[in-house]
Design a protein around this ligand. Structure first.
Ligand code: ADP
Length: 411
């Protein structure tokens, strides 16, 4: 609870550091205050939940049997650059709640909020050495942490390719793993949806944080009968967004994090065009005052086919691929035709359609008439190549604990 108060008191500074470090708009980083503080409160409450059970048994004689919980030990937290201010808490919160220690390896592109948080933890009274930060390159510091025999568990968020490396490295000492990896999430709009909500919802499902979100709804399936009108409204909405200086409170979209990321996103934009998708909006690097930064226009491709590269690979930029469909069966088949399974959404006013999609989408989270909401007590996870190990909720905390059964001979 003391950690909660210290983070609360220093949140303005943390939000500013995050915006300076990774370019997310200041109004967005400031708006994380509630989520971060609620997350800390949630993990604080879980300190009361690290308990075993006394279980009746059928052993011959008089025995008491029970289970106990024990901290798993040292947890390595390898986190990405797209939102360390928030994502570090999945590791720090659960480690503090369970009595583990943590070594956090922030991404080389955005380490500042993690370093400052570590200082604030000391200020809050967390003993030195409980939460540690090691900065450095993934291939050096990250790989060393993943392979270290003194580390008992790795909580990793990042690309699927790196996730595979982490799995291999874990073999050295059977490290427990939690992996939240890439996504290519389907966002499915039916003609009977409330379009006043679905248009901004679908746009921000991708444009938020300039598309640098693992569960971004980048494959936007729109029922064919409304496709044209929907794309028109989407384009209009995209054009209304203010892209610019992250520290300007009126900015809605900041730059991409790095030149490397800009090149990657622009590369996908040209692949989209070459493979025959129609560019409905955006696609350019911003000029004028913003020419020196890694700014790109909110970009919308229409008439995309699910087999095109832009519909298959994770872009991690503000690029929406609109893919038409005729009915719920086709939508479901296309939605699940991906190697990923992190998130998905359906927008409809029909309970029948909603339940069909809710059950049918093979992803760790399905949003209905909303997108991207995450609660620390509910959590989220992945199907298929999007990883394993539930993040959030009691299961997440359980992952930081060993269970032990005890059998006591009473005679
Ligand atoms: P991205 O491509 O989005 O940067 P990465 O998976 O490369 O995603 O990075 C996520 C985190 O994993 C970062 O902190 C990065 O430094 C780290 N990382 C990268 N490569 C490795 C590796 N081989 N072993 C461990 N950590 C790594």
């Amino acid at each position: 609870m003391k950690v909660h108060d210290v983070i609360d008191e220093n949140f303005e500074e943390l939000a500013l550091l995050e915006s300076l470090d990774m370019g997310s708009p200041i109004t967005r980083t400031q708006s994380f205050r509630k989520f971060v503080l609620q997350g800390i409160m949630y993990f604080a409450s879980q300190t009361m939940n690290c308990m075993g059970q006394t279980i009746p048994n059928s052993l011959p004689g008089r025995f008491t049997t029970m289970t106990l919980k024990a901290p798993v030990g040292v947890v390595g937290g390898i986190i990405p650059w797209n939102g360390p201010l928030m994502s570090q808490w999945w590791v720090i919160g659960a480690a503090l709640a369970t009595g583990c220690t943590a070594v956090i390896k922030p991404a080389e592109d955005a380490s500042l909020t993690v370093l400052r948080t570590a200082e604030l933890l000391i200020q809050a009274g967390v003993p030195e050495g409980v939460v540690n930060v090691v900065t450095g390159l993934g291939s050096e510091a990250g790989a060393a942490l993943a392979a270290h025999p003194g580390v008992d568990r790795i909580a990793f968020t990042g690309s699927t390719a790196t996730g595979r490396e982490i799995i291999k490295a874990s073999a050295v000492n059977m490290k427990r793993l939690q992996l939240e990896l890439g996504g290519k999430s389907p966002d499915v709009i039916f003609a009977d949806a409330d379009l006043d909500k679905a248009v901004p919802g679908a746009a921000m499902a991708v444009f938020s944080n300039t598309g640098q979100v693992c569960y971004a709804g980048t494959r936007l399936f729109v029922q064919r009968s409304i496709q044209e009108a929907f794309v028109e409204r989407l384009v209009e909405f995209g054009k209304s967004l203010k892209v610019g200086d992250p520290l300007d409170p009126s900015t809605q979209l900041g730059p991409l994090i790095s030149e490397r990321q800009l090149e990657r996103v622009m590369g996908y934009v040209s692949i989209g065009g070459n493979e025959g998708a129609s560019l409905a909006a955006g696609g350019n690097r911003l000029q004028g005052d913003l020419a020196g930064g890694y700014f790109i226009e909110p970009t919308i491709f229409s008439n995309v086919s699910n087999s095109m590269t832009i519909a298959r690979e994770e872009i991690f930029g503000p690029v929406i691929s609109v893919i038409p469909f005729d009915d719920a069966d086709e939508a479901l088949r296309l939605a699940n035709d991906t190697e990923y399974g992190l998130g998905g959404a359906v927008w409809t006013s029909s309970v029948k359609t909603m339940t069909k999609m809710m059950h049918g989408i093979k992803a760790g989270t399905v949003w209905v008439n909303c997108y991207g909401l995450v609660d620390p007590a509910v959590g989220f996870g992945g199907y298929k190549h999007s990883g394993y190990g539930w993040k959030g909720g009691p299961q997440h905390v359980e992952g930081f604990l060993y269970q032990k059964s005890v059998c006591i001979n009473e005679d």
